[in-house]
Design a protein around this ligand. Structure first.
Ligand code: FAD
Ligand code: NAI
Length: 466
């Protein structure tokens, strides 16, 4: 006789496990079904965490070889130990996934190993190591995340033609890496391997990098990456990759037509986006509507089917771990009869390169398109005293505020450590702050955060620092 749960969550990624923990805290009887041996989903196993572990280590490696000398620090015999770098990444992942397991236990969540599918109203069937188990529940939460978008004619083998997953574990530094897609994954992982010694060329379909990022910031970012040695082929598409014994031949064509060219590579990284993963869940049979892009359709996390909820990467909104986490908490609270809500318009984004790119709210292009009257304040890090002291002067901060009300509508930054700085802007915007609120708030000196204050001051034209 199977037990009846209040909630069965399918998927143990940031969306699923945060939903499980919050539901457990609220006294609900919860099961979390995960098909992989480790909890944590894409983010902990093959996403946020391992990529940041490699970004951090490779950044220090590069700094030791280039920047330390001018600080008066001599490094002799600097050498890359790639297996050790990969090992510390794997150890971090292991530690964090075990942490999730501990948190589920602590909150009395039953962890069920196997692949779940919806088998009717309030019924989830799990195909696990010991055969099939049927779970009955009042609520089903779909938190099955996303997967790599494939590129036609370019078959991923995770050794020479890799997705982000393979690019997190290359056994050696490629001489030549071709990255397809100048989005977040392409630029983060492209940066890792460039710092470790690869010659990196990024091929991007559009005539700009990082679509969705404020264009002025994206252009500044591209210039910085180019200065670091990343080569860009914008407005170009890869039409195929030929695998020879010793190298790969990548065929590239201008997106709008024209002469094709061939690039040599040792490794090709396919990073053209991610798409919702809902395979084998039985959504159609259950009557759960999915858009033609594969996104589960929801209204405040409710699918059209009573008692079936969905969240995270498999629904609308930015495909980010912290958004999935917030979705998870909101769904647990809604199920428990509380007022769960997530403001998808104010989810901050960060590209963890060096310098970092960070943003929250609307871009200047979006404001123009919507016809919203706005004012702009900007401040370059080259005029910030902490940035100059640390020799980290690349980049700028840009604040967009409503021309009449002064409400902050968007904050966009490129610069060292801006991934940490963006939280201030997100908080201010959640509180409906005006640019003047930031401009008149004391910021410690000397800090990089003063650049945000100065940009906010710039909205009314009273920027003061150098
Ligand atoms: P997922 O994390 O994908 O979890 C879904 C889980 O469901 C998986 O564990 C899967 O095994 C399981 N599952 C699927 N189907 C079933 C089934 N039928 N039965 C049982 N289990 C099932 N985001 C950030 O915010 N910051 C970053 O720095 C960042 N870096 C990233 C780097 C890379 C290389 C990648 C690929 C992604 C990165 N992301 C980052 C995005 C982030 O990983 C995702 O937004 C986040 O993991 C989404 O969480 P989720 O719970 O919706 O889905
Ligand atoms: P992306 O959507 O960020 O970028 C994909 C890029 O590929 C776009 O610039 C697109 O124009 C381009 N493209 C699409 N088709 C192409 C083609 N045929 N040829 C050349 N270029 C093509 O997707 P990406 O980088 O794969 O990342 C997926 C998602 O994972 C991100 O959008 C983000 O949600 C998440 N992520 C978040 C990170 C973070 O928060 N730091 C880090 C890594 C991933």
């Amino acid at each position: 006789m199977s037990e009846t749960y209040d909630v069965v969550i399918i998927g143990g990624g940031p969306g699923g496990y945060n939903c499980a923990i919050r539901a457990g805290q609220l006294g609900l009887k919860v099961a979390c079904v995960e098909k992989h041996t480790k909890l944590g989903g894409t983010c902990l196993n093959v996403g946020c965490i391992p990529s940041k572990a490699l970004l951090h280590a490779s950044e220090l490696y590069e700094q030791a070889g280039t920047d330390f000398a001018r600080l008066g620090i001599k490094v002799e015999g600097l050498k890359l130990d790639l297996p050790a770098m990969l090992k510390q990444k794997d150890e971090t992942v292991d530690g964090l996934t075990k942490g999730v397991e501990f948190l589920l236990k602590k909150n009395k969540v039953v962890r069920i190993k196997g692949t779940g599918r919806i088998a009717g109203a309030g019924v989830v069937v799990v195909d696990g190591p010991d055969g099939e188990t049927t779970l009955t529940t009042k609520n089903i939460v779909i938190a099955t995340g996303s997967e790599v978008t494939p590129l036609p004619n370019v078959e991923i083998d995770e050794e020479r033609i890799v997705s982000s997953t393979g690019a997190l574990s290359l056994a050696k530094v490629p001489n030549k890496l071709v990255v397809i897609g100048a989005g977040i994954i392409g630029l983060e992982l492209g940066s890792v391997w460039r710092r470790l010694g690869a010659e990196v060329t990024v091929v991007e379909f559009l005539d700009r990098i990082t679509p969705g990022v404020d264009l002025e910031i994206a252009k500044a970012f591209q210039k910085i990456l180019a200065k670091q040695g990343v080569a860009f082929k914008l407005g170009a598409k890869v039409t195929g990759v030929e695998k020879l014994k010793t190298k790969l031949k990548v065929s590239v064509e201008p997106a709008k037509g024209g002469d094709a060219e061939t690039l040599d590579a040792d490794v090709v990284l396919v990073a053209i986006g991610r798409r919702p993963f809902t395979e084998g869940l039985g959504l159609k049979e259950a009557g759960v509507a999915v858009s033609n892009r594969g996104v589960i359709e929801t209204d405040h996390f409710k699918t059209g089917v009573d008692g079936v909820w969905a969240l995270g990467d498999c629904v609308a909104g930015p495909m980010l771990a912290h958004k999935a986490e917030d979705d998870g908490v909101a769904v647990a609270e809604l199920i428990a009869g509380k007022a769960g809500h997530v403001n998808w318009d104010l989810v901050p984004g960060v590209v963890y390169t060096d310098p970092e790119v960070a943003w929250v709210g609307k871009t200047e292009e979006a404001l123009k398109e919507a016809g919203t009257p706005y004012k702009v304040g900007k401040f370059p890090f080259s005029a910030n005293s902490r940035a100059r002291t640390n020799h980290e002067t690349d980049g700028l901060v840009k604040v967009l505020a409503h021309a009449e009300t002064d409400e902050i509508l968007g904050v966009h930054m490129v610069g060292t450590g801006v991934g940490e700085m963006i939280a201030e802007a997100a908080l201010a915007m959640e509180f409906g702050a005006a640019s003047e609120d930031i401009a008149r708030t004391s910021h410690a000196h000397p800090t990089m955060t003063e650049a945000l204050r100065q940009a906010a001051m710039g909205v009314e034209g009273w920027t003061m620092q150098m």
